[in-house]
Design a protein around this ligand. Structure first.
Ligand SMILES: Nc1ncnc2c1ncn2[C@@H]1O[C@H](COP(=O)(O)OP(=O)(O)OP(=O)(O)O)[C@@H](O)[C@H]1O
Ligand SMILES: [Mg+2]
Length: 231
């Protein structure tokens, strides 16, 4: 079967000349639809850089990224944005919630970008919030939520466009153990029950161990890919 994402000899450099830094030095990787993949490695090893390239948020300096066999380097900007928005959901700490907007307004944002009608946005936004047990917080300002509720709101926002792949960068990083476990359970149940592909960058050993597969990044290279025994 064609992998959902296929990366070949991807390099990503920042800066020029003497200031050039090679953050990815030739990475190849296939991700099958429906699997969960942990990307692990030391701080500065290139995990977020790899994730941004996989998620089509950043173009590689060289090499190819295919989405279901289509070379994404050939897609024009508008088409690329629509494809990303339709296919992917993001659980990134740097994609902050808008503090002064309501929880529902935050969650419907990807649908606004996708041009979904107002009524449909509201219906789907509320359904996603219900799924994450946040229905009663729809009208609250995002800034008034607890840390775990904020993270669940970010997951609700990642879900509204019915994505096939969810990218999560340290999804449990700022949460206490119990709340982190709730967020983790939500992500894995989405993978199991909806067949969503889950790609997660994490320093959390237990979270990595729950994934079907683990990819270790060191100094811009994949050094060891080891299959986890499914639980
Ligand atoms: N915009 C940039 N300009 C220059 N160098 C960058 C840029 N972004 C990242 N880097 C460098 O590329 C390397 C990889 O960064 P990356 O953010 O991918 O690391 P990471 O593995 O995600 O680390 P962490 O676990 O700390 O989040 C680092 O050495 C970083 O300093
Ligand atoms: Mg990072």
């Amino acid at each position: 079967m064609t992998p959902i994402i296929s990366v070949r000899d991807v390099r990503r450099s920042y800066g020029r000349g003497a200031n050039r830094f090679d953050a990815l030095k030739g990475v190849s990787l296939d991700i099958a639809e429906g699997e969960s993949v942990a990307i692990v490695g030391k701080s500065g090893s290139g995990k977020s850089t790899l994730m941004h390239v996989l998620a089509l948020l950043d173009a590689p300096t060289s090499g190819t990224v295919e989405l279901e066999g289509v070379d994404t380097g050939t897609l024009a900007g508008g088409r690329l944005n629509r494809t990303r928005n339709k296919t992917f959901g993001f659980v990134f700490q740097q994609f902050f919630l808008t503090a002064n907007a309501s929880v529902l307004e935050n969650v419907v944002l990807p649908m606004t970008i996708a041009g979904v009608s107002r009524g449909e946005r509201r219906r789907r936004g509320l359904a996603a919030l219900e799924q994450l047990e946040l229905g009663d917080k729809a009208a609250s300002k995002a800034r008034d939520l607890s840390g775990g509720q904020k993270q669940r709101t970010v997951i609700a926002r990642a879900l509204v466009n019915d994505p096939r792949v969810i990218f999560a960068d340290e999804p449990t990083g700022n949460l206490d153990t119990a709340t982190g476990a709730v967020v983790e359970d939500i992500l894995f149940s989405l993978q199991r029950e909806h067949g969503i592909t889950l790609i997660v960058v994490t320093h959390d050993e237990e979270l990595a161990a729950r994934c079907d597969r683990r990819i270790v990044v060191r100094d811009g290279l994949i050094v060891d890919e080891r299959n986890e025994v499914a639980a």
